[in-house]
Design a protein around this ligand. Sequence first.
Ligand code: MRU
Length: 356
Amino acid sequence: MNCDDSCPTLQRDDDSILILDQTALPHQRTFVRLANLADAARAIRTMQVRGAPLIGATAAFGMALALGERTDDASLDAALADLAATRPTAVNLHWALGRMAKRLRPLAPSARREAAWAEAEAIQKEDAAQNAAIGRHGLPLIAEIASRRPGPVRVMTHCNAGWLATCGHGTALAPVYAAQAAGIPLLVWVSETRPRNQGLLTAWELAQSGIPFRLIADNAAGHLLSQGAVDLVITGADRVAANGDTANKIGTYLKALAAQDQGVPFYIAAPGSTLDFSCPNGAAIPIEDRTADEVLVIPGLTPTDQPGEIRLAAAGTPVANPAFDVTPARLITALITERGLVTLDRLGGLYPERNP
Ligand code: MRU
């Protein structure tokens, strides 16, 4: 399965939504039906859907599901508030809800339901188109390295920012898929991304596409960078502040630091919906704290291939589990957006209509 035709992460099915349950991957491919607001909020909160753009699209469809129940002003506002409270860091969620509110509030309640479905579908389509554009704009970075020397271009990524995280080909992986389509040999370093192990999703995606990769422990990244084994790093983003500071999955900052130290270019790939010009800098980005169990317990398959869990630490072990970190703009070589490549000091110029 890949996302060449219709994207399987999120599909409308009459008046409900079918999502690929990412908590069951990579071992089981299970689709879950979201029929109402509570289903959509739960899917986002529990990370059955995840990745900033996909969270945004799911929230938009969550509004359409909510309006299937009630369409009055109070219900509209309550649904917006419920969905906004699901996850704090990925700004795409708040961007999508803001767009839905702007479209729906001025309408008569009777017109809101259909309009909500149409707007959510527009957000989904636009995200897919933006993924493709990010791929086109990122491709020359990989092609240039391929033209300089023989052998595969070695790309390091973190977390999952492929088609599972979006409505199209992904953000960080879009240039990788574009390079594969252009016939460029590749090797992708995939860090496991403890504690939720989104790297396993990236490995699953790349395996299906036939792109060579190596799954690595998170702690191996600095060593590989220091050995000259990485040509460029590309990650996605959950929120880019006005000054270019960028929140992404926990562990991204360490990769950026090591890349800077080794002179390896470090790119962020993200669409306009991930930019937050109302947020002045990284210190103002809310960082999600998640439950201790994510650190203490590892889900997987038992030796008899049954889904199971391993408890890693002694009972009562205290835990801190920040889910994201902020990479300062100074460590980021450039942002790959659907409008092109931009250094972080020129971000506002690329989106003049959004500049405060
Ligand atoms: O907690 P998650 O899995 O939703 O976090 C996802 C990430 O951090 C991704 O790198 C980011 O959202 C970019 S997805 C295209």
